[in-house]
Design a protein around this ligand. Structure first.
Ligand code: 6PG
Length: 245
C-alpha cells in the first residue's frame, strides 16, 4: 500500500477534529459535484467518540448526506451489539438527517442472506450502478479488529474473495461472534476516501502487521483503494509499534 497516509494523534479528541474537518471538506465537495454525500460507517466501540462529537456539528449538510453501514451484526435492532443501534444513539438521532437518507442493513424478518441481497439492491438502486459499475462512496470509515478484520470481512472466510456481490453474509470462525452482513472489498476499494480509526494498545500489533507486515492476507491489509485516498488514524498506543521514520 503506497498511497496510505498514517497520522498518529496525541488524543482521540484531536483525531475526531481531524475526521470532522475531512468530513466537512469531502461532503461539501461531493454535494457541489453531484448533489449528495455518501458515507459508510463502521460499528464497534472505537468510532463512538467520533460519532458523538460529529452529532454536535449541526452545520454539516445532513439533509444531503446519505449514511450506509459498512456491516451489521445479525442481531435485533434492540440488541446492544447492533451497529445501527449504536450509530443512531451516538449520531443519527441527534442530527437532522432525513430518515430516507439512512440505509440500514435489516436484521429482522429476513434471513442473513436475504438481508445481504436487500442491502445490495439498496446499494445498486442508490448508486444507480449499471451491471459493471461499482458503488463509489465519498467516504468510508473503518476499524480494525485484533485479528485484522475490517467491516465484517473476517480472516479465512469466503467474503475475502468475493468480487461479484457488493454485500455478503459472513459467519466468523470465532463462534463467539454473531453472523454478519458486510460490504465487500470491491465496494470498499472503489471509495474516494477510506479512513481507518484505530485506538488502544491492544491494536498495536495488528496495526503494525497491517501497515508494515508482509502478510497481506490480513483483511485490513487488503483495503487498497483503486484511486481513492487511504488514511490510518491512530492514537499513540495503537501506533506505538510502528517503525519511527
Ligand atoms: C463491527 C465493525 C468492525 C470493527 C472492528 C473494531 O461491526 O464490529 O464494523 O469492523 O470496526 O471489530 O471494533 P472496535 O472498534 O470495537 O475495536
Amino acid at each position: 500500500m503506497n498511497n496510505k497516509k498514517i497520522i498518529i494523534f496525541k488524543t482521540i479528541d484531536n483525531m475526531a477534529d481531524f475526521v470532522i474537518a475531512q468530513w466537512k471538506t469531502i461532503s461539501e465537495k461531493a454535494i457541489k459535484g453531484k448533489g449528495y454525500f455518501s458515507v459508510a460507517l463502521s460499528g464497534g466501540r472505537t468510532p463512538e467518540f467520533l460519532y458523538k462529537k460529529l452529532s454536535n456539528k449541526r452545520t454539516l449538510p445532513w439533509n444531503k448526506t446519505h449514511v450506509f453501514l459498512t456491516d451489521e451484526r445479525y442481531v435485533p435492532y434492540e440488541d446492544e451489539e447492533n451497529n445501527l443501534h449504536m450509530i443512531n444513539n451516538t449520531l443519527l438521532t441527534r442530527v437532522s438527517i432525513p430518515k430516507k437518507n439512512v440505509h440500514p442493513i435489516s436484521t429482522s424478518e429476513v434471513t442473513p442472506l436475504e438481508s445481504a441481497e436487500k442491502y445490495e439492491e439498496d446499494l445498486i438502486s442508490f448508486f444507480r450502478t449499471a451491471e459493471t459499475a461499482l458503488p463509489k462512496f465519498d467516504l468510508i470509515l473503518l476499524g480494525i479488529g485484533e485479528d485484522g478484520h475490517t467491516a465484517s470481512l473476517f480472516p479465512e472466510t469466503p467474503s475475502l474473495k468475493e468480487i461479484r456481490h457488493f454485500a455478503v453474509t459472513v459467519s466468523p470462525k470465532d463462534k463467539t461472534k454473531k453472523d454478519r452482513i458486510t460490504i465487500t472489498f470491491p465496494v470498499i476499494n472503489m471509495a474516494k476516501n477510506i479512513v481507518f480509526l484505530v485506538t488502544g494498545g491492544n491494536k498495536a500489533k495488528i496495526v503494525k502487521d497491517v501497515i508494515e507486515g508482509k502478510n497481506n492476507l490480513l483483511p485490513a491489509a487488503m483495503v487498497e483503494p483503486e484511486k481513492g485516498k487511504l488514511f490510518f488514524l491512530l492514537d499513540e498506543s495503537a501506533g506505538s509499534l510502528l517503525k519511527k521514520d
